[in-house]
Design a binder for this molecule. Structure first.
Ligand code: HEM
Length: 502
């Protein structure tokens, strides 16, 4: 017994030493960025980082300058904060920084999906074909039909009814966008009422998963929540399995159908296909509701912006009406004639999008900064960008960066503004909600048109008002920095009603 105890103890010490030693022994070498391992072996600064990544990085930036390395849960992350030096990292011309390895680690943990060689190419081929250009037209129409279905619910006598309804704005936007996005990409059956009920069920589980996700990724869930997360993952694998969705095959988007067909042809098992679908559900829906919430909230808080969007909508949608058969009629081509709304969306994403972009260093290399300074990067470390802090909030690039200015991305002649400067130099990466380079979001054009359709429908067909008009814009939930679109730390209540139709 005693011997077993000793053996176990020795094994434990060996494991802890194995995990902690590289961190403990590591010393900053000449020409490397400032190194901060924190006080706790292996953990490093993970706790402060998880608690409020924005504040943590702001403090480090002020202390250590544009490039610094920190230990976070056993990994060394080098943050680069000077946007004029982003290009070599994003372009990666020397092929020494890899995006796939980090993405693989994350998707394995979150969706249980082990990436297959070449699936990245399949995602990008399908997305180029069906989420951009001409391929996007059909999908935009499907999204509009699904938004009509979700907002007007068949069989519900709401159409024409002019009574006010109250809801949390965040819940409302997330719920509507999720259901419309899920039905248009993952498919509908002929029974629309049943589809809506099912979409509502999936949404409830999705939202629970979404709430647990940041702490799950940082391995900070308690035993009960960990169990719940495991159950949710299994449930999604079941709900999104091919067998469970056979009647939806016809209504499924070409995008998803194309990817699933290719993966099947490679001999991918149905269980792995379901995990892949789960990954696509998250990628396509995790940011849509939150960004639509911020867009509507900023419009509600800025009457001059709301008026400008309404005026533009009235102009491009002249003569369109709500049809008696309960659907919104809106020419999809109108989406190409809305510079004001485009600027509103860009400004919303500047204020709300806070992803972390990560690459793994494949071999020791040198990072050349715009200043001429050179830093050595070590093989196995991660290079990270957090453009929300270093770009979106930079007062040199965006004066009064915390203020919502609906026309920030408009030139005086009404065209899109793309000229922004830092230290007098024109800057290429002046807003990065979609990431950049090889890993840039392949769904960005669909995402934009879907959000614009939603906003257009809401401001055109509905009366909207905040329950407490003077309520300030809520602060951002500090536990979600770095996870794409931010979420508010509390709900904002609003009223809405369909405008009476003549
Ligand atoms: C407001 C909405 C959205 C935002 C802000 C957003 C943002 C992002 C970001 C920041 C990334 C990662 C980039 C990186 O790691 O460098 C990403 C990846 C991705 N997004 Fe989006 N996205 C949105 C909507 C969508 C939609 C609607 C779809 C599909 C229909 C989509 C599909 C994807 C996919 C498949 C990836 C992973 C690409 C890969 O692993 O190769 N996204 N998105």
């Amino acid at each position: 017994m005693v011997i077993w105890g000793l053996v176990l103890g020795a094994m434990l010490v060996a494991i802890v030493a194995y995990l902690c030693l590289p961190g403990l022994l590591r010393q900053r070498r000449p020409q490397e960025p400032p190194l901060d391992k924190g006080c706790i072996p292996w953990v490093g600064h993970a706790m402060a980082f998880q608690k409020n990544m924005f504040e943590f990085l702001r403090g480090k930036w002020a202390k250590d300058g544009d490039v610094f390395t920190v230990l976070l849960g056993g990994e060394f992350f080098t943050f680069v904060m000077d946007p004029l030096s982003f290009r070599p990292i994003i372009k990666n011309t020397e092929k020494k920084l890899d995006f796939v390895q980090y993405a693989e680690e994350v998707v394995q943990k979150v969706y249980g999906y082990q990436r297959l060689q070449g699936d990245y190419q399949i995602i990008h081929t399908a997305s180029t074909k069906y989420l951009m250009g001409d391929g996007l037209k059909d999908l935009n129409q499907a999204v509009l039909d699904c938004l009509s279905l979700v907002l007007l619910e068949p069989g519900d006598p709401k159409l024409g009814a002019t009574h006010w309804q109250e809801d949390g704005l965040f819940h409302f936007c997330y719920n509507i966008m999720f259901k419309a996005g899920y039905l248009s990409l993952f498919g509908c059956t002929k029974d629309k009422e049943q589809d809506l009920l099912q979409a509502e069920e999936v949404f409830k589980k999705f939202r629970r998963f979404d709430i647990l996700l940041p702490r799950f990724l940082y391995s900070l869930l308690g035993p009960r929540e960990r169990l719940e997360m495991g159950q949710l993952q299994c449930l999604f694998h079941k709900m999104l399995s091919v067998r469970h969705n056979q009647e939806k095959e016809e209504g499924m988007s070409n995008w998803l159908r194309h990817m699933l067909r290719y993966l099947s042809e490679w001999g991918t098992t149905p269980a792995v296909l379901a995990k892949f679908s789960f990954m696509m559900l998250w990628a396509s829906q995790g940011n849509m509701g939150p960004s639509s919430f911020w867009a509507l909230l900023f419009l509600l808080k800025h009457p001059e912006a709301m008026q400008a969007v309404k005026d533009e909508a009235a102009q491009v949608l002249r003569g369109t009406k709500l049809e008696a058969k309960q659907s919104f009629v809106l020419p999809i081509s109108a989406l190409g004639r809305t510079p004001v709304l485009d600027s509103v969306m860009e400004e919303t994403l500047r204020l709300a999008a806070a992803p972390t972009l990560v690459r793994v260093v494949q071999e020791d290399c040198t990072l050349k900064m715009a200043s001429g300074h050179e830093y050595l990067l070590r093989r196995g470390d991660r290079v990270a960008l957090f453009p929300y802090l270093s770009v979106h909030m930079d007062p040199d690039i965006h004066p009064e960066p915390c203020t919502f200015k609906f026309d920030r991305f408009l030139n005086p002649n009404g065209s899109r503004k793309v000229d922004f400067y830092k230290k007098g130099k024109k800057i290429h990466h002046y807003s990065m909600p979609w990431g950049s380079g090889v890993s840039i979001c392949p769904g960005r054009f669909l995402a934009l048109s879907e959000m614009k359709l939603f906003v257009l429908l809401m401001v055109t067909y509905f009366d909207l008002e905040l329950v407490e008009p003077d309520t300030p814009v809520p602060p951002i939930d500090p536990g979600r920095w770095g996870f794409g679109i931010t979420q508010p730390s509390h709900e904002v209540h609003f009223r809405y009603r369909l405008k009476p139709m003549d």
